[in-house]
Design a protein around this ligand. Sequence first.
Ligand SMILES: Cc1cc2nc3c(=O)[nH]c(=O)nc-3n(C[C@H](O)[C@H](O)[C@H](O)COP(=O)(O)OP(=O)(O)OC[C@H]3O[C@@H](n4cnc5c(N)ncnc54)[C@H](O)[C@@H]3O)c2cc1C
Length: 261
Amino acid sequence: MRIVVCVKHVPDVQSERSFGPDDRLSRGEDDVLNELDENAVEAAMVLVEEYGGEVVALTVGPEDAAGSLRKALQLGAASAVHVLDDAAAGSDVVGTAAVLAAAVRSIGSEAPVDLVVTGMAALDGMTSMVPGALAATLGLPALTLAAELSVEDGTVRARRDVGEVGEVLEAELPALVSVTDQANEPRYPNFKAIMAAKKKPVTQVTLEDLGVDPAAVGAAGSRTRVVDVQVRPPREPGPVLVDAGEAGLALAGFLAERKLV
Ligand SMILES: Cc1cc2nc3c(=O)[nH]c(=O)nc-3n(C[C@H](O)[C@H](O)[C@H](O)COP(=O)(O)OP(=O)(O)OC[C@H]3O[C@@H](n4cnc5c(N)ncnc54)[C@H](O)[C@@H]3O)c2cc1C
């Protein structure tokens, strides 16, 4: 099986976030592989370990997104493709999907791609819409939010949990699947994997290489734009109950008032 896994380079969720003059999230050196995309790489690796083949990691991102590709290679991907082009910066969902689709087609021109795997959401933009938009652009069936994934006889099968209900979907390959953080436990790369990743090939491509019109993507081509951004106000400190023998009653009253008991 030949599987393309889409991985995004995002600000670390633990880091202090800031916004630039264009109201877009500032990107920095501390950015990391989107944690939820580790589940995507793991899902692809499990399939390749079962059926053979290879995983190609793909990102659209700035120069330091190479760090996220390197991590994907440490997690087992055989090679990586980095779409690196200033004109792609600021792409919205449609623009991102257009660039990713062109890159998947380009990877597929070398040898057919059976499956595209994405994470369930990027922890910065967090729309969870890229997988659907990418599948639509590529004309592939989309099995989104898979909590379980398997492939048999050219058919991919995914279990998704919708509230109290579990659904099982299937589609013929080639297809696109987005996986949740319930799908698996991503592996930790060992020393050997870290060293091996250094030798794996990473191909840089531009929009021109992919035949994508720069005016149709990036900030220039985006159909959505951030018009305002506000830092969430700090939370008000809660009341402190000092126990002088009545704190239990006061606590029960506090919870009852808020209909919490
Ligand atoms: C309200 C809003 C605010 C935004 N703010 C900013 C901002 O501050 N700064 C900024 O630069 N952009 C911003 N964007 C753009 C946003 O980052 C893009 O829309 C983004 O490329 C796609 O959306 P997402 O991050 O929600 O991805 P999601 O749809 O949540 O991602 C799902 C999966 O798609 C794959 N994927 C997504 N993006 C990529 C990628 N680039 N490369 C490889 N795989 C990918 C990953 O597997 C990921 O797990 C904003 C967009 C919106 C709608």
